[in-house]
Write a protein that binds this ligand. Structure first.
Ligand code: CP
Length: 337
């Protein structure tokens, strides 16, 4: 892929060498993300961060990544604060905002909405999640995390196994991650969900065509017994017609330390795209795992900044100039103490 000026809308755009390129640039971002050095390579550039659906980490990590490269961030959060509530189309919104911005990140509850927006944008658009469709930057940070976690065991992505658990029907992070894993060889995927919340058949078929060993299960414990990664997800209540309908499925697959100890291999990596639902009736990933060294969920969120910095640097064509605009930092850095 030629990243310069490209929209990042779907994992379908990526080949394996593109992922390698993103990860290599992300590795180079570490001193800047850890505030060991600062860079002004995007000084003067503006990110339009448009979030029309709830978000904590994606919105703030896109913004932080852009700031860490020296750029400025302008945000809109929620329909109620935008002219979309006055009937303005997504395409007109794109025509306007791309006049103010050098790159735009967007989240929207409708499938295909970010691509629709991008079709009228004069600047690159990064998909921060379009309904129950895709979340490509999350999949890239998830795989970047998997790569790092497995490297500590002298393992690579090829030959890995992962159990994806929960609402696989609506979970856009598992849709994008499944597509991304299809680029690798000898990958085994165990899909654990209620029957009604299975991964869409079109994605399963595509994975199988790519050589991924896919199996499906509707129970948790035996199915997580021999995988490298357990990837838990939340019931996506916002995609159901009512809270009552989501309640039917909530709390069905709970991973806690006792389950982990009894059924998982030692050192199985625990992941979740977050937010985890920590309410008593859900609790798909118990806080009693928080001191488990294999819990990688906050390493995932840290890695998200690196990966998003890399994507900005690539689409704005500054990946090889980041160090040329760098300088020491002067403030107290608690990460190094
Ligand atoms: N993982 C993720 O998309 O989190 P947010 O909804 O907080 O952005």
């Amino acid at each position: 892929m030629n990243f310069t000026g490209a929209h990042i809308l779907s994992i379908n755009q990526f080949q394996r060498e593109d992922v390698d390129q993103v990860f290599a640039v992300a590795d180079n971002m570490e001193p800047y993300a850890l505030r060991k050095r600062a860079t002004r390579v995007l000084e003067g550039a503006i990110l339009g961060n448009m979030f029309f659906e709830a978000s904590t980490r994606t919105r703030v990590s896109f913004g932080s990544a852009f700031n860490l490269l020296g750029g400025e961030v302008r945000e809109t959060a929620g329909f109620e604060n935008s002219a979309l509530v006055k009937g303005e189309s997504l395409q007109d919104t794109a025509r306007v905002l791309s006049g103010f911005s050098d790159v735009i990140c967007m989240r929207h509850p409708q499938i295909g909405s970010v691509a629709d927006f991008a079709s009228a944008s004069r600047v690159p658009v990064l998909n921060g999640g379009d309904g129950a469709n895709e979340h490509p930057t999350q999949a890239l940070l998830d795989l970047y995390t998997i790569r790092k976690e497995l490297a500590q065991k002298s393992r690579g992505i090829d030959g890995m196994s992962i159990a994806m658990i929960g609402d696989l029907r609506h979970g856009r992070t598992v849709h994008s991650l499944s597509k991304l894993l299809s680029l690798y060889t000898k990958v085994r995927v165990v899909l654990i969900s209620p029957q009604e919340l299975s991964l869409p058949e079109i994605i399963i078929e595509s994975m199988r065509r790519s050589g991924v060993d896919v199996s499906e299960s509707h129970e948790l414990t035996q199915s997580i017994a021999d995988v490298d990664i357990v990837y838990s997800t939340r019931i996506q209540e916002e995609r159901f017609s009512s809270k009552q309908e989501a309640d039917i499925y909530r709390g069905k697959f709970r991973l806690n330390q006792a389950v982990y100890t009894q059924y998982c291999q030692p050192n199985t990596v625990i992941m979740h795209p977050l937010p985890r639902d920590s309410r008593a009736d859900a609790n798909e990933l118990d806080i009693d795992l928080d001191n488990n060294p294999n819990l990688a969920i906050f390493r995932q969120t840290d890695n998200g900044v690196l990966v998003r910095m890399a994507l900005f640097a690539l689409v704005l064509d500054v990946a090889d100039k980041v160090d040329d605009f760098s300088s020491p930092v002067h403030w107290y850095n608690s990460r190094q103490s």
